[in-house]
Write a new protein. Structure first.
Length: 165
């Protein structure tokens, strides 16, 4: 990560640590991904078995679309790999070997690139972060930045999910 990404992640991490509820955390996390990665939109979904349900979306322009929408994880092999392997993946619609299920959905949503990675809590993929782009590819530095943000969000999620003592 470059100096700008480091300072952006540090500022976002501080903001995430101040969240007092899961809903607030998810909203702040989506906003942070859009700001730090200079992306047009971010969606955070909850993993529930083979179902992925969109919980929050932040867009630079326009209103959130498809909130509450559910997807079968098994219909999207690359998404399933992100969740099962807990590894970030990128997709660009212009790549000839890009996953057709993902590129089709990207087209429906009006984007041409995607960075996906899990939010981990309780030693599992609790949710999925999808950061969308247009006219760009998400590169290694973007993935590193996204991992740092997701790790911070996962840590805060762990804290917020603990039963009160």
């Amino acid at each position: 990560m470059g100096a700008d990404e480091n300072s952006g992640v540090a500022a976002a991490a501080e903001q995430l640590r101040g969240a007092t509820s899961v809903a607030e955390l998810l909203g702040l996390t989506a906003e942070s991904f859009v700001a730090v990665l200079d992306a047009p939109a971010c969606t955070i979904s909850r993993v529930i078995g083979d179902l992925l349900v969109d919980l929050v979306q932040h867009r630079r322009e326009g209103s959130a679309a498809r909130l509450g929408h559910g997807y079968l994880i098994s219909d999207y092999p690359l998404t399933r790999a992100v969740i099962e392997d807990r590894e970030a993946k990128t997709v660009h619609a212009g790549d000839p070997d890009a996953d057709s299920a993902e590129t089709s959905l990207l087209g429906e949503l009006g984007f041409d690139s995607l960075l996906m990675l899990p939010i981990e809590a309780q030693d599992a993929a609790w949710g999925l972060v999808e950061v969308y782009g247009n006219g760009r590819r998400f590169e290694g530095a973007d993935v590193d930045t996204a991992r740092a943000l997701a790790a911070e969000a996962g840590g805060v999620l762990e804290r917020l999910s603990r039963p009160a003592q």
